[in-house]
Design a protein around this ligand. Structure first.
Ligand SMILES: Cc1ncc(C[n+]2csc(CCOP(=O)(O)OP(=O)(O)O)c2C)c(N)n1
Length: 349
């Protein structure tokens, strides 16, 4: 694994405004997730959430290189992707609270947030299932000549799913404007990537399908951005897919409740090594050191984010629960013989 240890040099290839906006987004994702952990621990949010803390540079680097109408598909660890693509934190929190004002009217929760207007084709609880969904969007973009590019996020564990290989094969054959973004955070639950990845690595697998595969430092938002920007250019020019493997680390457990399980599959040294590369802190400090962002302006961003999250939590808590009669609404896109019509209760007799 080659990780660049040089300090970030934020202004290449970014403008100061972009560099600051990237910091703001990464910080928002970080604080959103910390807030969610507190709410889950306080039993204010039911169900399971998977935190993205430590991986913020990937979502922000990727989505900063995409246009609003470009498409992403996400994973079970999707909060960061959705915020980076412009998702509304109020509707996200409301969804986590199960309220009717949430993205899925309270019926989807953390792992199913979608916003088609923003090109967010869904978080997904099934590992790697978002990959062919993005391929479908890329295929539509190709035949409609819309210029839209699709990016799909998946983990190192997800990289071993058969559907990823099938999709890579078709993406090359059909020259799809598709970006495979592998978030290699080193573990699939407790299984290390070093144990489960055959061959030289994930990015090298693209060579088998005849398209570019590269590995970047996923703790560096500028490096992720630059790699994605080039891949987007290729995709829009009709040159097909790219695989970008982002080396990163999840600072939290696999899911919120893991702390209570006292699992010991990661060493303290390993965690400290990666913590020193914290993408949010190192980027903020680099911006400050290079006088792109003053300490006062940085603090103002933090204050603004706290207010935004406060408002979001208040909004979620004050929102109504969905009505029981709505339980089946929007569950089925089409009516098939034997399945209930939209919004009609199932009658098994
Ligand atoms: C098809 C499928 N198999 C197994 C699971 C259970 N599961 C949920 S997350 C996960 C690990 C995923 O690891 P990775 O793809 O590396 O993503 P990460 O959690 O590290 O972000 C597993 C095995 C699932 N949700 N879907």
């Amino acid at each position: 694994m080659s990780i660049d240890t040089n300090p970030p040099s934020p202004l290449s290839p970014l403008t100061p405004e972009m560099a600051i906006e990237m910091y703001r987004k990464m910080r928002l994702i970080r604080r959103f997730e910390e807030r969610v952990i507190d709410l889950v621990n306080a039993n204010a949010i039911a169900g399971v959430t998977h935190e993205y803390i430590g991986e913020e540079a990937i979502a922000v680097g990727v989505c900063s290189a995409l246009r609003r109408n470009d498409v992403i598909s996400s994973t079970h660890r999707g909060h960061g992707h959705i915020i980076a693509k412009g998702g509304d934190v109020k509707r996200m929190i409301a969804e986590l609270f199960g309220r009717v004002t949430g993205y899925n009217r309270g019926k989807g929760g953390s792992m199913h947030i979608a916003d088609l207007a923003l090109g967010i084709y869904g978080a997904n609880g099934i590992v790697a299932a978002g990959v062919p969904i993005a391929a479908g969007a890329a295929w539509a973009a190709r035949i409609q000549k819309s210029g839209v590019v699709a990016a799909t996020f998946f983990g190192d564990g997800g990289a071993n799913q058969g559907v990823v290989h099938e999709t890579m094969n078709l993406a090359k054959i059909w020259k799809l404007p598709l970006l495979f973004i592998c978030e290699n955070n080193q573990y699939a639950v407790t299984t290390p990537a070093s144990y489960s990845i055959a061959g030289p690595g994930i990015s090298e697998r693209a060579a088998a399908y005849g398209f570019p595969g590269i590995r970047v430092d996923g703790m560096r938002v500028d490096q992720v951005y630059e790699a994605v920007r080039e891949a987007v250019e290729r995709a829009r020019a009709g040159e097909g897919p790219t695989l970008i493997e982002c080396m990163a680390y999840r600072f939290q457990g696999h899911f919120t409740a893991e702390r209570a399980l006292s699992l010991s599959y990661r060493s303290t040294e390993e965690m400290e090594y990666w913590r020193a590369k914290d993408p949010v802190i190192t980027w903020g400090s680099a911006l400050e050191e290079q006088s792109i962002l003053s300490a006062t302006a940085r603090e103002a961003i933090h204050v603004e984010i706290e207010a935004l999250l406060e408002e979001a939590v208040e909004f979620g808590q004050q929102s109504a629960w969905p009505e029981a009669e709505e339980a089946l609404t929007d569950m089925y896109v089409t009516t098939y013989p034997g399945l209930p019509a939209r919004g009609v209760a199932w009658n098994s007799n």
